[in-house]
Every structure is written in C-alpha cells, then in structure tokens.
Design a protein around this ligand. Structure first.
Ligand SMILES: CC(C)(COP(=O)(O)OP(=O)(O)OC[C@H]1O[C@@H](n2cnc3c(N)ncnc32)[C@H](O)[C@@H]1OP(=O)(O)O)[C@@H](O)C(=O)NCCC(=O)NCCS
Length: 185
C-alpha cells in the first residue's frame, strides 16, 4: 500500500457508492477538456473498470479487501478493454490538493497490473501528461495501432473513448493537443 507519514492513501476497486465522488474528481478536468465528461449513468455502468484511491488508513487494497472507514476518494482511474489484446487507461484523475504525492503513479501501476492480469499485451492512453506516462513505459505513437479488420469492428462501438482511439472526426475537438501513447506489456 503506498503510504507516507504526511499523506497516507490506499487503493481499492471502486464501488457504486464511490461514483459521485469520482464524477466530482473528473468534472474540473472535464471542464478544461483534459478528461472526457460522462453522464452519471456512464459512471455506474463503468464502475467495475475503476480503481479509486482513498485517503486515510484502513481503506482496503487494490485486490478488493475494504472496510467502512469512510475515507475520502482522492483519486481514480479506469481500464477500459477494447479488444482481446488491448485496453485503454482512462479517467485517471487526482484531487488537486493531492497532486504530486504519487497517488497518480500508484493508480496507474494498479491499472497496468490489472491489464496484465487480464492477459492483455497493450495499453493505450490519450493524454497531456506525457512524461508521467513515459515513466511507466508508455511511448508516443502515431495513428491507431490495430489492423483494418479490428478498426472496422471498433467502429461499431458507441463509446466516445473508442471514437477517440480511432481518431474519428466527431471527437477531434476533444483530442486537440493530446498525445497518443501505447504501453507494450
Ligand atoms: C496526471 C495525474 C493523474 C498525476 O497524478 P499525481 O498524483 O499528481 O501524480 P504523481 O504525484 O504520482 O506524479 C506526478 C509527477 O509530477 C511531480 N509533481 C510535483 N509536484 C506536482 C504537482 N503540484 N502537481 C502534479 N505533479 C507534481 C511528481 O513528483 C511526479 O513526478 P515524477 O513523475 O517525476 O515522479 C494528475 O496530474 C491529474 O489528475 N491530471 C489531470 C487528469 C489527466 O491528465 N489524466 C491523465 C489522462 S487519463
């Protein structure tokens, strides 16, 4: 569990009851077009994709043990599976008051571990935080790293994040200035 004397926090899989706090974390970044905004129903539908960081002790761990200590959710991140070998890290957000205290690194480690445990070999992300993701082995890429056949299948998705991965015209305003990055596991 990542912990320091000045700022202890713990990671665990998200629960439905966390999702309003998760939306509260994402909203300021979504307003600045750093993250993609979602409807509330979208957060509940995606709850099993999320890991959260909770302040204080006794918050459980990333494998699922948790108690009712009532800590505050101070960070979140999600792993969205796209294909049999590929997922995206998305909605990685840390409360402004907690930034720079390694919460983000811990969340990203947990999401990459989750990808590995699912047997995936590649993790995509779209981000302004290039150095942060490079520290985890992500490398900048051009284009969409899938075959034409898989591209055609992914076009059937209604998910906006998948549309961003495909670099579709309708989501171009969301992706301006972002860097496309890929981690090979
Ligand atoms: C990217 C983000 C998740 C990182 O979270 P974080 O908890 O601040 O990250 P960490 O503390 O683990 O690491 C941040 C790095 O910046 C440094 N840093 C120092 N002060 C900092 C500050 N005030 N704010 C942010 N980073 C700071 C840290 O030391 C660390 O350096 P390192 O990578 O060389 O180790 C967070 O900045 C955020 O929520 N950004 C907006 C959403 C976003 O862009 N998400 C990514 C795309 S999905």
């Amino acid at each position: 569990m990542p912990e320091t004397a000045a700022s202890s926090f713990a990671l665990r899989p998200a629960r439905p009851a966390d999702m309003r706090a998760v939306r509260g974390l994402v909203e300021p970044y979504a307003q600045r077009r750093i993250l993609l905004a979602k409807e509330m129903v979208g957060y509940y539908e995606a709850v099993q994709e999320f890991v959260v960081a909770e302040s204080g002790d006794g918050a459980g761990n990333a494998e699922g043990a948790a108690d009712d200590s009532g800590g505050t959710v101070i960070g979140c991140g999600a792993l969205h599976v796209m294909w049999d070998d590929l997922a995206e890290v998305r909605t990685l957000a840390v409360d402004a008051a907690w930034r720079g205290r390694r919460v983000g690194h811990a969340l990203l480690d947990a999401l990459v571990e989750r990808a590995a445990s699912l047997g995936l070999s590649r993790v995509f992300c779209l981000t302004f935080e290039v150095a942060f993701f490079e520290a985890h082995g992500f490398r900048e890429i051009d284009g969409t790293p899938v075959t034409g056949e898989v591209y055609a299948e992914l076009l059937r998705s209604h998910d906006d994040g998948v549309a961003e991965f495909l670099d579709l015209a309708r989501v171009k305003p969301n992706t301006l200035g972002n860097t496309r990055m890929l981690l090979e596991l």
